[in-house]
Design a protein around this ligand. Structure first.
Ligand SMILES: *[C@@H]1O[C@H](CO)[C@@H](O)[C@H](O)[C@H]1NC(C)=O
Ligand SMILES: *[C@@H]1O[C@H](CO)[C@@H](O)[C@H](O)[C@H]1NC(C)=O
Ligand SMILES: *[C@@H]1O[C@H](CO)[C@@H](O)[C@H](O)[C@H]1NC(C)=O
Ligand SMILES: *[C@@H]1O[C@H](CO)[C@@H](O)[C@H](O)[C@H]1NC(C)=O
Ligand SMILES: *[C@@H]1O[C@H](CO)[C@@H](O)[C@H](O)[C@H]1NC(C)=O
Ligand SMILES: *[C@@H]1O[C@H](CO)[C@@H](O)[C@H](O)[C@H]1NC(C)=O
Ligand SMILES: *[C@@H]1O[C@H](CO)[C@@H](O)[C@H](O)[C@H]1NC(C)=O
Ligand SMILES: *[C@@H]1O[C@H](CO)[C@@H](O)[C@H](O)[C@H]1NC(C)=O
Ligand SMILES: *[C@@H]1O[C@H](CO)[C@@H](O)[C@H](O)[C@H]1NC(C)=O
Ligand SMILES: *[C@@H]1O[C@H](CO)[C@@H](O)[C@H](O)[C@H]1NC(C)=O
Ligand SMILES: *[C@@H]1O[C@H](CO)[C@@H](O)[C@H](O)[C@H]1NC(C)=O
Ligand SMILES: *[C@@H]1O[C@H](CO)[C@@H](O)[C@H](O)[C@H]1NC(C)=O
Ligand SMILES: [Cu+2]
Length: 617
């Protein structure tokens, strides 16, 4: 608590300046000092913006007219407050992907799960603290396919005076975040400009690389048509680095992301896969990368030339540049990993890593451009090998708190499937059906009101049932010949578990309509990945091989194509938590479910009531 100083009027004026400043320059973060943690305010104006790529102009939903969206930066321990105002004709909600949201489930964001969407003309203030996390995450829209254009980085810096568990990278040294204790002037404008300057300094010192997908058509129209006809949705026209498709596409060379580096330095790149439907291989020609962090948790560093990143996953890597500037530039490439039966965008996106050289030195004018080689599109063994390299740091400062004992074991199949074609329609899905997807053969139907409200106010009737199957009701040889009947069941089912349940969950891929890798994302938690394998999970022999020492901790876990993955987590965060495939196509087809974690006994183990501005359906 602040000591009471007879300065309440000054404080009020200061408060007014700060708030008007925040609303004047929506993209600016303003930090107000409060002990070592601060509160960071952002304003997201959701609005339409015309954006041109590949010689194609389209109107898209954006945050503050930016594509990709603005970065949100905070330190571990800070409070983040984002006022979202919806000026677009679409419904929307924003998800802070990977943020634990300890007892702040109302701020998590998935539409019809933790909140009703923010409708046109409405606003909602997301209010949460960052506890025990540091690294790279992302934020994105969580309504239909709006995240195709509505996404951005969420950077959590270590606490003041805390350092990275690796040598401090160049270009991460000077990070100035505003501190408003110096307010004295009432010249709002100049003050705001000072804040803007601070923000710009901060921007220069971060290297963030988002990979995304560009659709010439409106992604909302694409998924709506797919859900109508039952067919797979049209695929993207291009992949992007920081929103730019680059030189491998027609009419796009001018939209190329260039990363300029100095020789002999170690840079930290924050890689974020924001693509809608594709896991991506990533590589930089002639440069080895050291992986140091995944999903905002530190990992034991390892070197690699090629990375695989699933949508929703983030990876921090160190890039050591050559001591002597080479007379060459280097392509950064990304292209998909895919094993399914459907169509997909098989193109490759390029960006350029360029060494800064003295401008008067002509010998660097004509540089060779080197290309990295990437694995085959279906290189499943490479992916399995790569994901097995991730290990928690598991030291005294950053322990791996993997549950050693288990209270509840669950086994979920994740699979594609079908729904029958409505009587008076012809459908273009498999054998004239409609594509669907399911967890334990339940294709999750979104309710018309938010689950969290229904749960909190004990009004679940007609909204959801608490009977999500803990095991498949009809076991089969999951990775063998698929069953003839591929129809899924349909329902809004939740799995209810008591506070502090120690959970082990095996996620099993199936061969129904083609074995495929599925990046499963759990909201409100990080999970420890204790085991993975191909074929069917063997409950007798596989658990003996689990890693309970230093398993990686992630928020998005790849279920191997034709295989399984085992995760553990302690259910210490009360609320309703969405779990779903982070391919939006599978999400839309129903590969999603909800956990309800009950309140604990103590006051700090209970979900507080909703904020007063929570949107209504
Ligand atoms: C986008 O372009 C169209 C056609 O030129 C125009 O009618 C519309 O107002 C523009 N929208 C925005 C948000 O600028
Ligand atoms: C954010 O939440 C905290 C804790 O519940 C509360 O004290 C604060 O007033 C909230 N701020 C806003 C702007 O809603
Ligand atoms: C880059 O790698 C290629 C192929 O491995 C090699 O031929 C070339 O000499 C390397 N160039 C530089 C500048 O390192
Ligand atoms: C991508 O797919 C198209 C259509 O199936 C095919 O014609 C093309 O050769 C593929 N390109 C690559 C690089 O694999
Ligand atoms: C650049 O080098 C290539 C071959 O190495 C040569 O053909 C070309 O003429 C050079 N261009 C310039 C502008 O020097
Ligand atoms: C990958 O695709 C190639 C070409 O389509 C095929 O020959 C090969 O068998 C596939 N590999 C795997 C592991 O499925
Ligand atoms: C199917 O028929 C019903 C009843 O006649 C009608 O309400 C519905 O719109 C029709 N659906 C389609 C896709 O034509
Ligand atoms: C379609 O039906 C045929 C014949 O019943 C069957 O062999 C085939 O596997 C089915 N295809 C799919 C994708 O379900
Ligand atoms: C399941 O199917 C696979 C692949 O066809 C086969 O190798 C395996 O023996 C089958 N397992 C059982 C238990 O039938
Ligand atoms: C599945 O379909 C095949 C071919 O139509 C048939 O031979 C087989 O008996 C069917 N299996 C079951 C379990 O119905
Ligand atoms: C699933 O069930 C809901 C109502 O329970 C219904 O509105 C929806 O159309 C069903 N979806 C499918 C694909 O059958
Ligand atoms: C927006 O959300 C509200 C509340 O769920 C719903 O009634 C309305 O139909 C939605 N509008 C659109 C365009 O999706
Ligand atoms: Cu999936």
């Amino acid at each position: 608590m602040a000591t009471s100083i007879p300065l309440s009027q000054t404080i009020l004026v200061a408060f007014l300046i700060v708030t008007s400043c925040i609303w004047m320059f929506p993209q600016v973060a303003v930090a107000t000092s409060k002990h070592t943690s601060v509160t960071r305010h952002y304003k997201f104006n959701i609005r339409l913006k015309n954006v041109t790529r590949l010689c194609h102009t389209k109107s898209m939903v954006t945050v503050n007219g930016k594509f990709p969206g603005p970065r949100v930066v905070a330190r571990e321990g800070d409070r983040i407050i984002v006022k979202v105002v919806n000026h677009a004709p679409n419904n929307i909600s924003i998800h802070w992907h990977g943020i634990r949201q300890l007892q702040s489930g109302w701020a998590d964001g998935p539409a019809y799960i933790t909140q009703c969407p923010i409708q046109t003309g409405q606003s909602y203030v997301y209010n949460f603290t960052v506890v025990g996390q540091r690294g790279t995450l992302l934020w994105h829209a969580h309504f239909q396919w709006l995240r195709a254009t509505v996404y951005g980085p969420l950077i959590i810096l270590p606490r003041h005076n805390a350092s990275y568990p690796f040598a401090k990278p160049y270009k991460e040294v000077t990070i100035m975040l505003g501190n408003l204790s110096f307010i004295s002037s009432n010249l709002i404008e100049s003050f705001c400009h000072a804040i803007l300057l601070i923000n710009m300094i901060k921007k220069i010192w971060q290297i963030i690389i988002t990979t995304g997908e560009w659709f010439n058509a409106d992604p909302e129209a694409i998924i709506n048509q797919s859900l109508q006809t039952g067919n797979g949705p049209n695929v993207s026209e291009a992949y992007t680095f920081n929103g730019l498709p680059g030189p491998t596409y027609n009419c796009s060379a001018k939209d190329t992301y260039k990363l300029k580096v100095k020789p002999g330095k170690a840079y930290m790149l924050r890689l974020i896969n924001t693509a809608l439907n594709d896991e991506l291989f990533f590589s930089i020609a002639n440069h080895t990368l050291t992986v140091v962090e995944a999903d905002a948790t530190y990992v034991k560093p390892f070197e690699t030339n090629i990375l695989v990143i699933a949508p929703g996953q983030t990876t921090n890597v160190l890039l050591k540049t050559n001591p002597n500037p080479p007379n060459a530039s280097f392509f950064m490439l990304a292209r998909p990993y895919f094993t399914g039966m459907g169509t997909f965008d098989n193109s490759t996106v390029a960006a350029i890593l360029e060494y800064e050289t003295p401008s008067q030195d002509n010998s660097f004018r004509n540089r060779t451009l080197f290309k990295p080689s990437l694995p085959a599109i279906n290189a499943t063994n490479f992916v399995a090998n790569f994901s097995s390299k991730f290990r928690s740091l598991a030291n005294a400062q950053f322990p791996a708190n993997v549950p050693q004992t288990v209270d509840k074991r669950f086994f979920f199949t994740v699979s594609l499937g079908a729904n029958p074609c409505p009587k008076n329609q012809t459908c273009q899905g498999p054998n004239g059906t409609k594509f669907a997807a399911a967890v334990n053969n339940v294709s999750f139907a979104l309710p018309s009101t938010a689950l969290l409200q229904s749960y909190f106010f004990a009004k679940s009737k007609g909204v959801y049932t608490a009977d999500f199957p803990q095991f498949p009701l009809h076991p089969f040889n999951y990775t063998g010949t698929p069953p003839n009947n591929t129809f899924v069941s349909n329902g809004t089912k939740a799995l209810v578990i008591p506070f502090n349940t120690s959970v082990e969950l095996v996620l099993q891929d199936t061969s129904i309509l083609g074995a495929e890798s599925h990046p499963l994302h759990l909201h409100g938690y990080n999970v420890y990945v204790v085991g993975q394998g191909f074929g069917n999970f063997d409950p007798k022999n596989d658990p003996a091989k689990f890693n309970l020492i230093d398993p990686v901790e992630r928020n998005t876990v790849g279920v191997p194509s034709g295989g399984w993955v085992a995760i553990r987590f302690l259910a210490d965060n009360p609320g309703v938590w969405f779990m779903h495939c982070h391919f939006d196509v599978h999400l839309s087809w129903g590969l999603r479910m909800a956990w309800i974690v009950l309140d604990g006994e103590l006051p700090n183990q209970k979900l507080p009531p909703p904020p007063s501005d929570l949107p209504k359906c």
